[in-house]
Design a protein around this ligand. Structure first.
Ligand code: SPV
Ligand code: MG
Length: 298
């Protein structure tokens, strides 16, 4: 059994690589590829429900998706819990529910409720105060007896606040008991992140999400002190591209064989969902055909 404890894994490895998922299957693909952890992404879970990433879905939907992922993989799941779905009291309830569902960690950001995805256009966004968010982090830690790895995320740089503000906020979140802090940026280059890393006190591990500044490598981020790197939405975006291309080819050809080189085999799907284990259980627990026949003849 692999460790689902993020703090323990961080002691064993210099850096953890996480990949985004929105359901059990996408989580399994992340684990099978070799990622250390799965990020239950609010962006992906929202997209998979056909809605924007703006607190349209409620906490229970995110919890259900995250729980399904946690059941399907043996690596830790870190759930994106947006702003905790309300104030510190709501966030503490969220933390308790996620911890009870076997989810290894959560991430809580300093967006107001309802939030908007970091990458949507718009005017300067308001965040909750650093003090309020530090207390929210503390509420999550207190609610879970230290069992849950709590990442405190600041949207300061995304929302147009200063670097000083981002540093002050993350320091306050670390003091509030966060196990790690996530510094997010929507710049196309990693300059902001590099400056933040240079100036970060190192009080707790740093987490980054290189979605827009996508040329920097995980190894380079590691040299800057980033202990967890989350590739948050690439599985979803890869599958949208692959499915769109396949459907266009299929419609044009009118014959399924045109996709043979582009799609996985049925056997591959069988393996991903555990058909071998199903057959073992059937052999073990279901009466054989002979016995069924004999019973039927009685
Ligand atoms: C998510 O995956 O929902 C995230 C990461 O919060 S990002 O979309 O890059 O902001
Ligand atoms: Mg999110």
């Amino acid at each position: 059994m692999r460790s689902k404890n993020v703090s323990r894994l961080l002691k064993e490895k210099d850096q953890l690589l996480a990949v985004g998922a929105h359901d059990a299957l996408s989580g399994r693909l992340g684990e099978r590829a070799g990622f250390d952890a799965i990020w239950a992404s609010g962006f992906q879970i929202s997209a998979s429900h056909g809605v924007p990433d703006a607190n349209i879905l409620d906490m229970t939907v995110q919890l259900e998706a995250s729980s399904q992922i946690a059941e399907a993989v043996s690596v830790p799941v870190i759930a994106d819990c947006d702003n905790g779905y309300g104030n510190a009291v709501n966030a503490a309830h969220t933390a308790r529910k996620f911890a009870r569902a076997g989810i290894a960690g959560i991430c809580i950001e300093d967006n107001i409720f309802p939030k908007r995805c970091s990458f949507y256009d718009g005017t300067r966004r308001e965040l909750v105060s650093g003090e309020e968010h530090a207390l929210k982090v503390k509420a999550c830690k207190d609610a879970t007896d230290g069992d849950l790895f709590v990442i405190a995320r600041t949207e300061a740089l995304i929302a147009g606040y200063s670097m000083e503000d981002a540093l002050e906020r993350t320091e306050a979140y670390a003091n509030g008991g966060a196990d790690a802090v996530l510094i997010h940026s929507k710049e196309k280059t990693p300059d902001q992140i590099i400056e933040f890393c240079d100036r970060w006190s190192g009080k707790v591990p740093l987490v980054v999400v290189p979605t827009t500044y996508d040329t920097i490598t995980a190894a380079e981020l590691g040299k800057l002190g980033c202990r967890i790197v989350i590739f948050a939405n690439h599985g979803l975006r890869a599958s949208i591209r692959a499915v769109e291309q396949a459907y266009a080819k299929l419609l044009a050809a009118g014959r399924a064989s045109v996709l043979r080189q582009d799609i996985v085999s049925l056997q591959d799907v069988f393996q991903l969902v555990g058909v071998k284990e199903l057959e073992e259980s059937e052999r073990k627990y279901l009466p054989s055909a002979d016995q069924t026949g004999a019973a039927a003849a009685l």
